[in-house]
Design a protein around this ligand. Structure first.
Ligand SMILES: NC(=O)c1ccc[n+]([C@@H]2O[C@H](COP(=O)([O-])OP(=O)(O)OC[C@H]3O[C@@H](n4cnc5c(N)ncnc54)[C@H](OP(=O)(O)O)[C@@H]3O)[C@@H](O)[C@H]2O)c1
Length: 261
């Protein structure tokens, strides 16, 4: 039995991870903004198995309050799963730096702030694991999602660098590059490789238990993504949009040139 902390525990993959971990006997702490959902989960799973803190990981004051509470209550997870994520972008809108900033605050900084907090403790203990829930979007900019691709690519690179830096200290950085899953942000995807939530959760936990450095789920998609690097960006974005949903539309600009929107 181990103690886990899972961000984004109120729905989707995070909720699935919580349920699976509790079912196999682990103690789990969850973070998210919707405390009503976390509270329902605690009622179902039992408060002695699942505890939670309401926390917007993009808000420094809330993050600091939870860090204080974790210390105060002596909660010391051995595995921290950084799963909270958003992808609000939709094609057709203009690029928005505010939206980009919010995506980075949640998907990147909202993950790395927990590395900042737990890493010194893990190094002292000589063990501990971070599991970063990244995405296939980390491997290639995709015209549908500017902030999402950039935030996941940065998370993947940060984990690579941290892994290299702390390799000899007993701290594991596991990066999960997920393809489409039938949950929150993946429900609209038409990917042939789309996984049901519980299957995705099973594969994530198997990779985490094996302490792998980095994995793509499902595996064959990594090769497919590498091969697709041969396709020019403009064609790639139209192709994935047409295949998996929300394809870029062509429109005529004021200057008369054709643009993607
Ligand atoms: N589904 C897919 O196809 C897919 C594919 C590749 C990667 N992923 C990654 O998998 C992770 C989970 O995705 P999902 O599909 O399960 O999404 P989801 O169902 O929308 O769940 C997202 C979770 O993140 C939490 N969250 C969002 N913003 C937050 C914030 N500011 N502070 C704290 N928690 C926040 C949400 O809780 P509250 O709203 O209660 O805060 C929720 O529990 C994400 O990192 C996503 O990028 C998903």
């Amino acid at each position: 039995m181990a103690t886990y902390l899972v961000t984004g525990a109120s729905s989707g993959i995070g909720e699935g991870l919580v349920r699976a971990l509790v079912a196999r006997g682990d103690r789990v702490w969850g973070l998210a903004r919707r405390s009503d959902r976390l509270s329902e989960l605690a009622t179902v799973l039992g408060p002695e198995r699942f505890g939670f803190f309401r926390c917007d990981v993009a808000r420094q004051d809330e993050v600091d309050a939870v860090k204080g509470a974790l210390d105060h209550e002596g909660i010391r997870p051995e595995v921290v799963i950084l799963n909270a994520g958003i992808n609000p972008e939709r094609l057709g809108g203009d690029f928005s730096i505010r939206e980009f900033e919010q995506v980075v605050r949640v998907n990147l900084l909202g993950a790395l702030t927990w590395v900042d907090f737990f890493l010194p403790r893990f190094r002292l203990a000589g063990r501990g694991q971070f599991v970063g829930i990244s995405s296939l979007a980390a491997f290639r900019g995709d015209g549908r999602w500017v902030g999402y691709c950039a935030s996941k690519a940065a998370l993947t690179r940060a984990f690579e660098a941290l892994r290299g830096r702390h390799a000899a200290e007993g701290v594991t950085f596991t990066t999960i590059h997920l393809g489409a899953v039938v949950t929150g942000m993946g429900v609209e995807s038409r990917s042939f490789f789309r996984l049901e939530r519980d299957e995705a959760v099973r594969r994530i936990l198997r990779a985490a238990d094996r302490r792998v450095d980095s994995i793509t789920i499902p595996r064959p998609l990594r090769l497919a993504v590498e091969l697709m690097r041969l396709i020019p960006d403009r064609h790639f974005s139209r192709m994935v949009g047409a295949t998996f949903g929300t394809a870029p539309q062509r429109r005529r600009s004021n200057a008369g040139s054709v643009e993607l929107q």
